[in-house]
Write a protein that binds this ligand. Sequence first.
Ligand code: SAH
Length: 340
Amino acid sequence: MDSKEAIYLYKSVPTEELSKLANDITLKNYSDKIFVRGLLEFSNYCGMDCLYCGIRKSNSKAVRYRLTDEEIIETIKFGLDANIKTFVLQSGEDYNYNVKELSKLVYKIKKITGSETAITLSCGLMNKERYKELKDNGCDRYLMRFETSDENVYSYLKKGQSLKTRIQGLENLKNLGFEVGSGFMVGLPGETIETRINNALLCKELELDMIGIGPFIPHDETPLKEEDSGSLDTILRTTALLRILLPYTNIPATTATGSIDALGREKALSCGANVLMPNITPTKYKKNYLLYPGKICLEESGFECISCLSGRVESVGKKISYEKGNSLSYSIKKIREKRQ
Ligand code: SAH
């Protein structure tokens, strides 16, 4: 389906119908499989001051933590025992890690996990040389949301930073051969339906391998505390639009979506999403990675998170897959490259 047709549907068709269309595409390309990624939030130190984020530098009430390499390795081993083959290590922009340390960490992890697993980092914007060093040391994938395609809103939210620089970062990652993930928040102040459509079109233009979207949820200790949250209906419609525009991309049902509605993730899995990310961060740290209030699964261990998710997946007639779960769009790109 071309983009014009998809946008027409997004604007005019009821959510249920749109979801069915998106779910049919997902079933055709991924059957009933839901890929699992173990999410490890390894540091909440952040040098950035994004207006929306609960771990922004100027939130002096945030309790800061950083896992030791040993704690990280232990958590990864736990994940491997639970059959997880993809690990996503996320942090704030923690300048305590220089590229050598982060690369060493990736190298150590990869040595334990081997080539049948994928390591994803989500640590914010870096220059091309740093990304290259991470890739050379075994990092397979990188996640970095562009947050919004509206340049003015972006630079307002990120205190003068430029969207173009972030997008250049995503291009650099792609050129270095990473599987690249990005995405955006839904319901940011000043957003319109056109913004969301442009967000989705930007995802397509960037040929993303993964796209994570979630509702914006206002955090009390940020300048946006009086704003409204994004709505579940908008998330579901936008997830469906993304699936229609990008049939071969991995799309997670995100924790933020599960945080605004008890069945948010199940609903997202029924309208285009095909990935879940159980939070395997050690329980004692989880509650401090508070990007937004009301975050779910804070009291549960990683083990409980994984077993809870399988029930949720079955409730929508799908099943958890413990494959490495490369995005089909990435595999297609690789085949094309080999042919040329
Ligand atoms: N430092 C990394 C990780 C950022 S946190 C980076 O820059 O990519 C991961 C994501 O959480 C952000 O990209 C943002 O989309 C989301 N997030 C942050 N604050 C939020 C809020 N208040 N509501 C919903 N999502 C939020």
